[in-house]
Design a protein around this ligand. Structure first.
Ligand SMILES: *Cc1c(COP(=O)(O)O)cnc(C)c1O
Length: 369
């Protein structure tokens, strides 16, 4: 029996490289609380991502949640339901109300043409997602934000290393939050970062990730504990050395998929815009059952029978979650709803064998009627 092919597989450095990186921790006994590895990784990521300021956190979710807290937002936040649970939860857990805006059908990012009509006197921010590493319409979102005095927080969990018009994407908006979870393009086992421009915001975030402590005697804010530890930062230092090679390998896998799937009636593949330097994070495929002759769920079932496990990213939409008790209506986001029922994210990771890609595509194409 073949081993399972999952949607992703965590990237690891050579064992010896990691051991070398962590060995000095046995001398210093400094395991967390912003030690040397944390410092080094911050500096390297600031350069790599081409940002003014960066802070490392324990995961991408806390980067979002604490960034929202640090901004002291009130009322409503306009966002997308076509995302991972974290995006919406980060808003709600800050006592704010998410207002769901529909997405564009070609790249699944928030549709800026639909944002303005959702703005009320309660709106304080826009929280779009660079979904699959597709970059939002940053110009139009910025224009709207400036016109109405709103903050912009990007969920950039999928967009590590992506550049737009020659610029690192984390320079857009007030804050961009990355996830360095094991399943992401760049990982620190668990981890995340917030990138920003405003130094005062940075001071606040830094306190919030360490219980709101200012110094030994003064606790200034009601913070959490979201510090990245030294072992995670060391993993990041190792993985960052190889990131360009890893992204290049993802590109080769992506191109192999495209050979089979790019011109098939009933299959919509993810197009990378001309001004984007991509990271090839995911390979989402949208199946139109009328043209393709079978549904997404039937294709998923076929692949699973052959030990291949793609994922329905993103189904269900976050505005359909049980925990939100029918508070929101998916009819307000029809394009997101349409995509969530038809999208399948195929396995993609740097060392996925190309003959496995061949096999996956052949199985999919055999379903076509
Ligand atoms: C992974 C992810 C997050 C959360 O990041 P964690 O590091 O797992 O906390 C947030 N938003 C999106 C879109 C993600 O894919």
């Amino acid at each position: 029996m073949d081993s399972k092919i999952l949607v992703t597989k965590a990237t690891l450095p050579d064992f010896d490289e990691y051991v070398q990186e962590i060995s000095e921790l046995w001398e210093t006994h400094w395991l967390t609380n912003m030690g040397v590895k944390h410092q080094e990784l911050s500096e390297q990521l600031r350069d790599f991502l081409e940002v003014d300021e960066i802070d490392l956190l324990t995961n991408g979710h806390m980067a979002l949640e604490l960034s929202i807290q640090a901004m002291e937002l009130k009322g409503e936040v306009i966002t997308t339901p076509f995302t991972f649970a974290s995006t919406t939860h980060a808003i709600v857990r800050n006592g704010l109300r998410p207002v769901f805006c529909d997405i564009k059908e070609d790249d699944f990012t928030i549709d800026p043409e639909k944002i303005e009509r959702l703005i009320t006197d309660q709106t304080s921010a826009i929280l779009p997602v660079h979904v699959y590493g597709n970059i939002c319409d940053t110009e139009e979102i910025q224009r709207i934000a400036e016109k109405y005095g709103l903050k912009v927080i990007y969920d950039a969990a999928h967009a590590f290393g992506v550049r737009k018009q020659g610029r690192g994407i984390a320079s857009f908006g007030d804050v961009s939050c990355f996830s360095f979870h094991a399943t992401k393009v760049f990982n620190t086992i668990e981890g995340g970062a917030a990138c920003f421009h405003d130094k005062d915001f940075g001071k606040c975030l830094y306190q919030l990730k360490n219980f709101g402590i200012k110094n030994e005697e003064i606790v200034e804010r009601i913070g959490a504990n979201a510090k990245m530890n030294e072992f995670c930062a060391a993993m990041g230092l190792c993985n960052l050395r190889h990131i360009r090679d890893e992204i290049a390998k993802r590109k080769v896998v992506t191109e192999q998929y495209l050979k089979y799937l790019k011109d098939v009636n009933g299959i919509q593949i993810n197009k990378i815009a001309g001004d984007i330097e991509a990271n090839y994070a995911y390979f989402p495929v949208l199946f139109n059952e009328e043209q393709f002759g079978c549904t997404r769920d039937e294709i998923l079932e076929t692949l699973q029978k052959h030990n291949i496990y793609p994922r329905k990213y993103f189904y269900p939409l976050t505005n359909m979650f049980d925990c939100y008790h029918d508070l929101y209506d998916t009819e307000n986001t029809p394009k997101a709803f349409y995509a969530s029922k038809r999208i399948l994210t195929l396995p993609l990771y740097p060392d996925l064998p190309l003959d496995m890609v061949d096999r996956i595509c052949e199985l999919i194409l055999k379903c076509k009627k």
